[in-house]
Write a protein of this length. Structure first.
Length: 223
């Protein structure tokens, strides 16, 4: 069965700096999400056992770097399909000397389904995913019942799913899907106040400049 992709495979020029970072650092810091999808040994990948945060759609990596730098006790695995973003993140990780960031290229749903063990994530961040604004494309949105069930299964009990979007109708859909999901509880009464720990992203700034409201949703796995 052909699976519906939840992202648009953008192309972009990889600068010399980013290409150099990808070439040099990928063997130590990178994970390729591809068939036959070998199980991911996160302890070996990070060189330690620590709570793991999955960042889905890390873009150029600015938010990932800021959060990982402020949170050295947890490890961050950033998933992206855009090579310039991966290269930039790796370059900045090296510049900042961050030991708790690794990157993965490919479809995050394949990573979750095939490579990550159940109950292993301390948090999942889905910040400003593609809103697929046209009604006929809503089926491509990441936050759908089946995908949320998969996300919940990979969170440890007590782990947190944190979503953010600047599209009001997507925010309402997210809330509806997450409220209906088994084993997830909203940490707030409706949308959450903007958490201080979430850095302002490029996509957030664009949304604010366009006059759109920002919506955060935080749900904890309860069972």
């Amino acid at each position: 069965m052909t699976r519906i992709t939840t992202f648009y495979p953008r192309r972009g020029r990889v600068s010399g700096r980013h290409e150099d970072a990808l070439t040099r650092l990928w063997p130590a810091y990178g994970v390729t999400i591809a068939d036959p999808y070998p199980p991911l040994d996160t302890a070996a990948l990070f060189g330690r056992r620590a709570p793991l945060v999955l960042e889905i759609g890390s873009g150029m990596g600015d938010a990932t770097v800021a959060m990982a730098a402020a949170d050295p006790g947890r490890d961050y695995l950033a998933v992206e399909v855009f090579p310039p973003g991966l290269g930039n993140l790796l370059a900045v990780v090296e510049e900042r000397g961050l030991a708790n960031v690794r990157v993965a290229q490919g479809d995050a749903l394949h990573l979750l389904r095939h490579m990550l063990a159940p109950d292993g994530l301390d948090a999942v961040h889905v910040y400003f995913p593609d809103p697929w604004p046209k009604a006929r494309h809503h089926k491509r949105r990441l936050i759908q019942p089946d995908n949320v069930a998969l996300l919940r299964s990979r969170l440890a009990v007590g782990g947190v799913l944190h979503c953010a979007t600047d599209w009001a109708d997507y925010a309402e859909q997210m809330a509806e899907v997450l409220d209906a999901a088994d084993g997830l509880a909203n940490l707030h009464d409706g949308f959450a106040p903007r958490p201080a720990h979430r850095p302002v992203t490029k996509f957030e700034r664009r949304g604010i400049a366009a006059g759109r409201q920002i919506f955060d949703l935080l749900y904890r796995r309860t069972a």
